[in-house]
Write a protein that binds this ligand. Structure first.
Ligand SMILES: Cc1ncc(COP(=O)(O)O)c(C=O)c1O
Length: 377
């Protein structure tokens, strides 16, 4: 995937450090696969004769087997969805009822927190500690559980902190679930393949005993620069998968077949372009952390995954919503207020490094620095 033209007008537009979209051009082979399916009649409810209706589910199962040595049943356990957003909503709907509680270690993915209100489910936040490098605290998760807990949500790798769960942490979660048989686990793995510094992605998907209470969500948006195609999926035990597919069918009648066909091409043919995109993202990540290291009185963990750095700006006494708004108006840099990612995110900004090239990433941090130094409390 070649980097697309700089999406922001250099002449005056703000520097984009807020949207977690890599803006790389989707690989030509993915576009060709989509065009091929459309040109050959896949423009109806069902795929055209000669096309395999389960091509995407089979490609996803092959990916798990080859990359993570995990076996899943493509037809029974894999559900294609309209992006990970739909997959997360379906998992919440399938696994909870209004009035239930979901334990949510935070800071975590903001749109997940926001959607819980829609479903009448109460988030019980478990604050993660910056001093502990934002690591998952399984004992704290356990302490937050009550009679009403029906689900635990874990974003791994975590947006916005860029932390990845260790094998040991996930095993501890698995043990916890064995003690609480009515609780399910929602694992959001959308950044599973955007890894740096040799870090490894671990999952609980291989734990067949857990599969009936496990919902694993992933997306093509980040890995294949396909945010606008709206393609994701959910893997779960067969009984839940049937329910999820029925819900999805009721809402939207299923994902466009040509898009599914394109997704299968992405999995089968684009590993090399994912590697080169991640190499470029790594250069942007390092440019951002190097530049931030020069800024007075801010601190951060270097992310080992994802598109963003979560920066502690609490020394500059301004709430994160106001700071982000001032930075946009006065310094010309769009950022995300940390409080969007949960109560522990206050005092932070989420800075995305995926959307701009190295030069603009440095320029963005320099503008933030200029603003902060000029507005010390
Ligand atoms: C952790 C996480 N989960 C899910 C999503 C939603 O992805 P999609 O574009 O597939 O709906 C995002 C997008 O930002 C994300 O960061």
């Amino acid at each position: 995937m070649a980097a697309a033209e700089d999406p922001v007008d250099d002449a005056g537009g703000p520097i984009n450090m807020w949207v977690a979209d890599p803006y790389f051009r989707t690989d030509e082979r993915i576009i060709e696969a989509f065009n091929y399916a459309v040109a050959n009649g896949c423009t109806h409810y069902f795929p055209a004769p000669g096309f395999d209706g389960h091509v995407l589910q089979k490609a996803i199962a092959r990916y798990y087997l080859e990359d993570l040595a995990v076996e899943v049943d493509p037809l029974g356990e894999v559900c294609p969805t309209h992006g990970a957003q739909e997959a997360l909503s379906l998992a919440v709907q399938a696994g909870t009822r209004p009035g239930d509680e979901i334990v949510v270690p935070e800071p975590t993915y903001s749109a997940f927190i926001e959607k819980l209100e829609t479903f009448g489910v109460r988030p019980v936040f478990v604050p993660l500690a910056e001093e502990e490098h934002w690591r998952l605290d399984v004992d704290a998760v356990k302490s937050a559980m009550s009679e009403k807990t029906k689900m635990i949500y874990i974003c791994n790798p975590n947006n916005p902190t860029g932390t990845t769960c260790s094998r040991g942490e996930l095993d501890a979660v698995s043990e916890l679930l064995k003690e609480h048989e009515r609780v399910s686990l929602l694992l959001d793995e959308c950044y599973a393949r955007i890894l740096y510094d040799g870090s490894t992605h671990h999952t609980l998907l291989g734990d067949r005993g857990l599969l009936d209470r496990l919902y694993v969500v992933d997306s093509f948006s980040k890995t294949y620069a396909m945010t606008g195609w709206r393609l994701g999926y959910l893997v779960t035990g067969k009984r839940n998968a049937d329910r999820v597919k029925r819900l999805s069918e009721e809402y939207n009648g299923g994902v466009s077949y040509a898009v599914q066909y394109a997704g299968a091409a992405a999995l089968a043919r684009c590993s090399e372009s994912v590697r080169s995109m991640v190499a470029e993202l790594d250069r942007r990540r390092l440019a951002m952390v190097d530049a931030l290291a020069e800024v007075k009185d801010v601190s951060f963990e270097t992310p080992s995954a994802g598109f963003e750095v979560f920066v502690d700006v609490s020394a500059y006494s301004m709430d994160s919503v106001r700071l982000a708004s001032e930075l946009e108006k006065i310094a010309g840099v769009k950022t995300m207020p940390g409080v969007k990612y949960g109560p522990s995110g206050e005092g932070h900004l989420r800075l995305v490094f995926c959307a701009e090239d190295v030069r603009r990433v440095r320029e963005g941090v320099s503008r933030i620095d200029g603003y902060l130094q000029g507005n010390r409390g």
